[in-house]
Design a protein around this ligand. Structure first.
Ligand code: PMP
Length: 284
């Protein structure tokens, strides 16, 4: 695999980042994951806009122009002949030559790394079977709207899920589900209303979420943006989640309780279908 590190395209085994890199020492770095379908970028503009927001919140400077960044994405797809999967981008505050909490001066350039990951996105078998999910406490910091690489709490939540034989974890704070370990969460009420938590610093503003809400509104699906509890979710007719690389996936059990019929529900299926149609139109 060819990866990109600070202006160079190199074989992954030859890629180097300093031990003094602030991404490594302090998780002083932000990231984006963009799906690649049919060798093309899906929802690219949304991901780059969010990257710029993350950078602004942390006073991080991109070392390349926005035009150049797109060229790097396209070059990596090309060099790796990636048909379907994702591109991971990480931008850290760079290597200050020592371990020092204070931000380095402008002379220290940020570190930009990108790599590709091949995987089946559209033909995901979990879309047919649905996911088993457990809840666990949300122990993350309070700026979840910034997409930082500080993902240890997400790793721990996924480990909890794994140890219980589940596929993923939904995070709970003050009695309400915030979001999933790496996704946004939705429940469907008996009258087919889709409920998802409103945007705030408590959750990542999912690019897939944003598109899905637009598509759902156009499809005359009633939406409510508000917090919901695990208890309300247990009694929902459907639960589903969204992210850049899973699109929409149905959840068929939460904390061991069967949701709805125990099979992927019609609203989740419909939203997955129209979301795939949206992405396919982008990558034609
Ligand atoms: N919330 C969290 C915590 C995430 O890690 C992700 C995926 N990166 C999402 C939500 C979904 O965001 P997106 O649709 O932009 O991938």
């Amino acid at each position: 695999r060819i990866v990109y590190v600070d202006g160079q395209y190199v074989e992954e085994q030859d890629a180097k980042v300093s031990v003094f890199d602030r991404g490594f020492l302090f998780a002083d770095a932000v990231y984006e994951v963009t799906a690649v379908i049919n060798g093309k970028l899906a929802e690219y503009d949304g991901h780059i806009t969010r990257l710029q927001l993350s950078c602004r919140e942390l006073a991080l400077q991109l070392p390349v122009s926005i035009e150049e960044l797109k060229k790097i994405h396209l070059a990596l797809i090309d060099k790796n002949q990636l048909h379907e999967g994702a591109i991971y981008l990480q931008l850290s505050r760079g290597n200050a030559g020592d371990r020092d909490f204070h931000f380095p001066g402008a002379e220290v350039k940020s570190t930009l790394v990108l790599f590709t990951q091949a995987r089946a996105v559209i033909d995901n078998p979990k879309a047919e079977t649905g996911l088993h999910v457990v809840t666990c406490p949300d122990i993350r910091w309070h700026r979840r709207d910034i997409k930082t690489v500080s993902l240890l709490a997400a790793c721990l939540a996924k480990e909890v899920a794994h140890s219980k034989g589940a596929d993923d974890a939904f995070l709970v704070e003050n009695g309400f589900i915030t979001e999933g370990s790496s996704c946004n969460c939705y429940i469907v009420l008996a009258d087919n209303t889709v409920v998802t938590r409103q945007l705030s610093n408590d959750i990542l503003h999912g690019i897939t979420r944003q598109s899905l809400l637009e598509l759902a509104a156009k499809d005359n699906i009633t939406l409510e943006e508000r917090p919901f509890t695990p208890e309300e979710a247990y009694h929902a007719s459907e639960i589903f989640l969204s992210s850049a690389t899973t699109f929409v996936l149905p959840v068929v059990s939460l904390d061991g309780k069967t949701i709805g019929t125990g099979k992927p529900g019609p609203i989740a299926k419909r939203l997955r279908e129209i979301y795939i149609a949206r992405v396919k139109a982008q990558v034609e």
